[in-house]
Ligand binder design. Structure first.
Ligand SMILES: NC(=O)c1ccc[n+]([C@@H]2O[C@H](COP(=O)([O-])OP(=O)(O)OC[C@H]3O[C@@H](n4cnc5c(N)ncnc54)[C@H](OP(=O)(O)O)[C@@H]3O)[C@@H](O)[C@H]2O)c1
Length: 220
């Protein structure tokens, strides 16, 4: 069966580009989304150079979302509501994977506690039930993704309210060389998003770049 096309909104940034590299290397058609078509095309070109034979193109975010079966949101939290409003119609009936972490730019080391809930839940509320929102990759540092064949030294926690959609994201993470776990309902994204602040603290305290989490003692 043909692999689904994945659009990565904000794929010009390090997190989205890293995911694009890994899925591009695994044979998925990828569309890098950006607010600027030239920037999208340049990033797509750079990624194709890194992964021989890959099918990676670029487009503005709306076109990317329209053309893909699966859409990944990888933009800073303060741009989330606006970009989702722009692409909401194109997302209906699709899977939206969000990697967004709503860190407070003034206090990135403190777990966020937004009154409206975790970013992933806010996305689901905004988009409605016609879009299956799944939270994943919040705890995977972009630098871990940059070499498609290198081991990713952490696990991926996947939260969502639709079992089949989560299974699809777990399979995608595995296709990208990562180990992933169904970590419960979308509301649990509160913990996963907050964990990123905790990992940033550890990185600063121990002068590291690569703090990550592993789930142990589970037979899967
Ligand atoms: N970096 C990491 O290690 C890491 C790890 C886990 C999770 N995350 C989360 O993943 C998301 C992406 O991370 P990143 O480091 O790749 O972010 P980033 O470089 O700051 O931003 C990614 C892209 O988003 C677009 N963008 C920036 N501001 C925007 C706005 N206001 N509205 C719409 N688009 C905007 C830009 O693309 P264009 O200018 O081309 O449109 C930018 O290249 C963030 O929510 C971050 O917290 C990051």
């Amino acid at each position: 069966m043909d692999k689904p096309t994945i659009a990565i909104l904000g794929g010009t940034g390090p997190e989205g580009a890293g995911l694009a590299l890994r899925w591009g290397a695994a044979g998925y058609p990828i569309i890098i989304g950006s607010r600027d078509a030239t920037r999208a095309a340049m990033t797509a070109h750079e990624l194709r150079e890194k992964v021989a034979g890959s099918n990676i193109s670029g487009a503005v975010n709306l076109e990317a979302a329209e053309q893909a079966q699966i859409v990944v949101l990888s933009v800073p939290f303060d741009g989330q509501a606006r970009i989702l409003a722009d692409v909401a119609t194109a997302l209906q009936g699709k899977l939206l994977i969000t990697a967004v972490v709503p860190l407070d730019p003034q206090a990135k080391r403190r777990a966020p506690n937004w009154p409206d809930g975790p970013a992933a839940v806010q996305a689901q509320k905004q988009l409605g039930e016609g879009v299956k929102v799944v939270a994943a990759f919040q705890n995977v540092g972009a630098h871990q993704l940059q070499e498609p064949s290198a081991e990713v030294d952490c696990d991926v926690l996947v939260c969502g309210d639709d079992r089949a959609a989560k299974d699809q994201v777990v399979a995608l993470a595995e296709a990208g060389g990562m180990r992933a776990w169904d970590a419960g309902p979308l509301a649990n994204a509160l913990v996963v998003e907050g964990m990123t602040a905790l990992l940033i603290n550890i990185n600063i305290r121990y002068k590291s770049k690569g703090a990550g989490i592993r789930i142990t003692n589970v037979n899967a």
